[in-house]
Design a protein around this ligand. Structure first.
Ligand SMILES: *Cc1c(COP(=O)(O)O)cnc(C)c1O
Length: 432
């Protein structure tokens, strides 16, 4: 049995020291650092099912699941078998392959997109979708929402949610004024503000990009048919709507949120834990991409055979029953967390979008980035650290979604249930 109560983490600490000498901040993506919760990031060496194992021999029940991709949990046998079968046949060809056609067909069958191009990351997907929208409309301006994250695309790094919010950076240095001058940031769920922007700049707006349901300022669903209203406004003014489903796609249901839009972006679950992402939409728009059309977009490793094999194996497992199971598990977890916090007298709001959810440590209604930012992040840090000590790995930031996987069994749920009151008590001790 692993030592769940080991606080001095010698191996992770040593690895972190080595990492900080050769890697900026010791991590390859900022949200992995424990900056907002304190302490040393755990260096993981193994994952099976719903469990992660760190270099110190501790076992955790994983409620991050690689930030969403692992809907089936770690090392699902169908996924690892697909990768193992594909690897000896060659890891990259730089040519078309049968599996990338099959993956594109699977995406088209599950989502509103008619045509889809594969890329390697969600960042690439949104960057390319925006370029296509600008190319297709011949316009420059992009409207995005405060707290929505679309990867680290220069023009979309304005008011970009969790990673940036966690570090307290309003915007990133290195993004030019010229770039952000073409980006208009509007509060999420504020359709009146969107209409105001369109009334002033309507004929120069190329596209509106929104997360299909916000997940990167914590989970906040669209209110009052927000996506539908955006689509309507875009149509009125000849702009395109890009629905960013990198987080929601193939996670909140067979396709994703799948509200009407012109272009969609995917990532995370569709790669089954390997780097794969996509953007797609109406065929007439997608036909404007090279080589069919003039808008350039390319990728050496796009449609990589191992990533396609892992993605296909994952999506083929993702049946309606799987989504029912995920929904049930998520609901149970929400109830357990809310009950424990309620009993300890900790102000909180559980905010959901399908089976994605966040626990905001606040009394107030949360519907946009400003209201999300009103939460007690110090209380979350105490909560997080107590759960970690008790073998439950939560997102190391209050502005993130909790992700469940199919491998969360009764034993794991009982373990979480038993840990929650201690974490709630720790959070209760923190002043607002
Ligand atoms: C994760 C995410 C991205 C970026 O994807 P990467 O693969 O990390 O580049 C873009 N949009 C949304 C909504 C995301 O959640």
């Amino acid at each position: 049995m692993s030592n769940l109560y080991n606080d001095d983490v010698p191996e992770s600490f040593e690895l972190y020291n080595r990492a900080t000498r050769v890697v900026p901040g010791g991590v390859n993506s900022p949200v992995r650092a424990f900056r907002s919760v304190g302490g040393t990031p755990r260096f993981m060496v193994r994952g099976t099912g719903c469990h992660l194992y760190d270099a110190d021999g501790n076992r955790y029940i994983d409620l991050v699941n690689s930030w969403g991709p692992l809907l089936l949990g770690h090392a699902h046998p169908a996924v690892t078998a697909a990768i193992a079968d594909a690897a000896p046949l060659g890891t990259s060809f730089g040519t078309p392959t049968p599996d990338e056609v099959a993956l594109a067909e699977e995406i088209v069958a599950r989502t509103p997109v008619e045509s889809v191009r594969l890329v390697n990351s969600g960042t690439e997907a949104t960057m390319s979708a925006v370029r296509l929208a600008r190319g297709a409309t011949g316009r420059d301006l992009v409207v995005k929402f405060a707290g929505c994250y679309h990867g680290h695309v220069d023009g979309l790094l304005a008011s970009a949610g969790s990673g940036v919010a966690t570090l307290g950076l309003p915007d990133s240095p290195g993004v030019t004024k010229g770039t952000t001058a073409d980006t208009i940031v509007v509060p999420y769920n504020d359709i009146a503000a969107v209409r105001e922007v369109f009334s002033r700049h309507g004929d120069t707006i190329a596209c509106v990009i929104t997360e299909a349901a916000a997940g990167n300022m914590g989970v906040i669903a669209g209110r009052d048919q927000f996506n539908a209203s955006l689509y309507e406004e875009c149509r009125k003014h000849g702009a395109l709507l890009i629905l960013d489903e990198v987080m929601t796609g193939f996670r909140v249901g067979r396709g994703g949120v799948a509200d009407a839009a012109d272009l969609y972006t995917y990532g995370k679950v569709m790669g089954g834990g390997l780097p794969a992402a996509a953007f797609g939409g109406r065929a007439d728009l997608m036909e404007q991409l090279a080589p069919a059309g003039p808008v350039y977009q390319a990728g050496t490793l796009s449609g990589n055979p191992l990533a396609c094999a892992a993605g296909l194996a994952t999506l083929r497992q993702c049946t309606d029953e799987v989504y029912q199971q995920i929904d049930n598990t998520s609901r149970q977890l929400q109830q357990m967390a809310s009950e424990a916090l309620g009993e300890a007298g900790v102000p909180h709001r559980v905010s959901t979008a399908g089976n994605m959810f966040s626990v905001f440590f606040t009394d107030a209604d949360v519907y946009d980035f400003e209201t999300a930012s009103g939460q007690n992040t110090a209380a979350y840090a105490a909560f997080f650290n107590e759960m970690l000590r008790r073998g439950v790995y939560l997102p190391p930031s209050a502005f993130e979604a909790w992700f469940v996987c199919t491998a969360l069994d009764d034993e794991a749920m009982t373990h979480i249930h038993d840990a929650l009151p201690y974490a709630a008590a720790a959070a209760a001790k923190v002043e607002a």
